[in-house]
Design a protein around this ligand. Structure first.
Ligand code: IMP
Ligand code: MG
Length: 186
């Protein structure tokens, strides 16, 4: 299932889990479904900086609706006592009361962070709130989250590319690549 890295791939990449073509095809299909499902509604796509930006940018251009996009930032990927609570360092600029919110995520792993953010957003009175995730690493899930729009379910491997980083780098790869397990131990 994991293919060889394409020419020019960083040396660190072990193999390609999802190719550029596979991602683009899937993103277009999700965009068509979202277009149908949200026709006539006040759609706001919300993503968490920085990983989700890449998926959001491609996805929104396959949605033929007058949507809005907005961004949040959170402090770090450390889960205080496994509540997933995080510090919001950049809040939304848009008012989402009465809007149909679609939270766009690069990857859902334990689900703790997203679960916490969904709680925060729900308290602002949106008409609806759903999740679109490019990658679902479901074997590591701690809190159950309904994912309305899923790109791919993936195995328990650390990946880079298409928004996902290793210490801030490799987000700009057009595909999703696996790393050898040793790299993570460094
Ligand atoms: P969780 O679902 O609360 O555990 O957090 C998911 C977040 O962890 C994602 O938004 C990513 O920023 C980060 N993350 C999880 N798995 C990976 C990976 O394989 N590569 C890069 N970042 C990851
Ligand atoms: Mg992230």
């Amino acid at each position: 299932m994991i293919g060889p890295p394409p020419p020019g791939a960083p040396e660190i990449a072990e193999g390609v889990l999802f190719s550029e073509e596979a991602i683009q095809e899937r993103v277009a299909e999700l965009g068509r479904r979202i277009t149908r499902d949200y026709a006539g509604r006040d759609l706001v796509l919300v993503t968490v900086l920085r990983g989700g930006v890449f998926f959001l940018a491609d996805l929104c251009r396959h949605i033929d609706l007058p949507l809005r996009v907005d961004f949040m930032a959170i402090s770090s990927y450390t889960h205080e006592a496994h509540t997933g609570s995080v510090r919001i360092t950049k809040d939304l600029d848009e008012d989402i009361e009465g809007a149909s919110v679609l939270v766009v995520e690069d990857i859902i792993d334990t689900g703790l962070t997203l679960n916490y953010l969904l709680g925060v957003l729900k308290s602002r009175g949106p008409e609806s709130i759903e999740v679109a995730a490019l990658l679902d690493r479901d074997v590591r899930r701690i809190v159950d989250l309904p994912i309305a729009y899923r790109g791919f379910t993936m195995p328990d491997r650390f990946v880079i590319g298409y928004g996902l980083d290793l210490r801030g780098r490799y987000r700009n790869l057009r595909y999703v690549a696996t790393l050898p397990d040793e790299v993570m131990g460094e």
